[in-house]
Design a binder for this molecule. Structure first.
Ligand SMILES: [Ca+2]
Ligand SMILES: [Ca+2]
Length: 289
């Protein structure tokens, strides 16, 4: 009977005048916040807090026992409005609307792009448009001197991604790595050595050597490239297909920088003129896109 009397006569909690009603402030993306809302029950009993409408910023949470609002502010320009209900032990409640303003942070402010790259701000991120020949997240790489890793000494490109066509004798695609012990050997100008980079890259340069232990080397070769492995384009010098000079001896490394860097996943090396048999070992230089 006493309990029933208490429930009927229990007054709802009252939002604290000291609590920052309405807007809880403006915060920058990435900022860690620790705010709170509070209400007291006239009967001095415990109260709980619950969001009953709207939305808190993603990553920000309300503690139902303490009214604490904590978390990491999202990197976005927005106003989040939400209703919180405070309830006493008798089920009596009071609602209040709150809001939090968030501001996208300019991730370009610290000038993260190197070598005259242009920074573009993004959500929680930035993108660099790099000046030639630089690449990488912050334009930190010189793409002309960044090997993709065909080289025998790094083998970042797995064996399964090296192939060849009209290979001479038991020569295989994997033999075509720069600094490989022997080298890839084709039969004629219908032969080719192919490298699948595993992903699209922006390619800036190429290097080749001849076959190591015989006098097989390529005098000139052409390059075809593709993003899908089906339709290939020629690397051109203006309107005509570019001839790349090979090594004049088997072991010297001859490197060429492409006039225009190109985006590709598959690259074919095609012998055009050669000494004895078309033998070669290759590396490409470039950056991820
Ligand atoms: Ca009460
Ligand atoms: Ca941003």
């Amino acid at each position: 009977m006493l309990k029933l009397f208490q429930i009927v006569n229990s007054l709802p909690p009252v939002w604290s005048e000291k609590s920052p009603h309405g807007t809880l402030g403006t915060y920058m993306g990435g900022q860690i916040v620790s705010l709170s809302v509070s209400a007291q029950d006239p009967e001095k009993g415990n109260v709980t807090y619950e969001k009953v409408s709207g939305a808190l910023p993603p990553g920000v949470h309300l503690n139902k026992n303490t009214g604490a609002i904590t978390g990491r502010i999202p990197d976005i320009d927005a106003t989040y409005e939400f209703g919180i209900r405070v309830t006493d032990v008798h089920g009596k409640y009071a609602d209040q609307i709150f809001s939090i303003d968030t501001r996208e942070r300019d991730q370009c402010q610290s000038s993260p792009c190197l070598h005259s790259g242009t920074c573009i701000d993004d959500i929680e991120d930035f993108k660099c448009t790099c000046a030639k020949p630089y690449g990488g997240k912050t334009c930190q790489l010189n793409c002309v001197s960044s090997p993709v890793g065909i080289d025998q000494n790094s083998k970042k490109i797995p064996d399964a991604q090296m192939s060849c066509h009209y290979c001479y004798d038991d020569s295989a695609g994997v033999d075509g790595r720069l600094h490989a012990p022997q080298g890839w050997v084709g039969q004629n100008t219908n032969s080719w050595l192919q490298v699948d980079l595993g992903r699209e890259m922006m390619l800036h340069a190429v290097a080749n050597q001849g076959y190591a232990s015989s006098n097989y080397y390529i005098s000139t070769y052409t390059i075809k490239y593709s993003v899908d492995g089906n339709s290939f384009l020629d690397v051109k010098n203006g309107t005509s297909i570019m001839d790349f000079s090979g090594s004049s001896s088997v072991n010297s490394v001859i490197k060429h920088t492409f006039l225009t860097p190109f985006k590709a996943r598959f690259v074919k090396f095609i012998p055009k003129t050669f000494h004895s048999k078309p033998g070669m070992r290759v590396e490409l230089y470039g950056c991820d896109v």
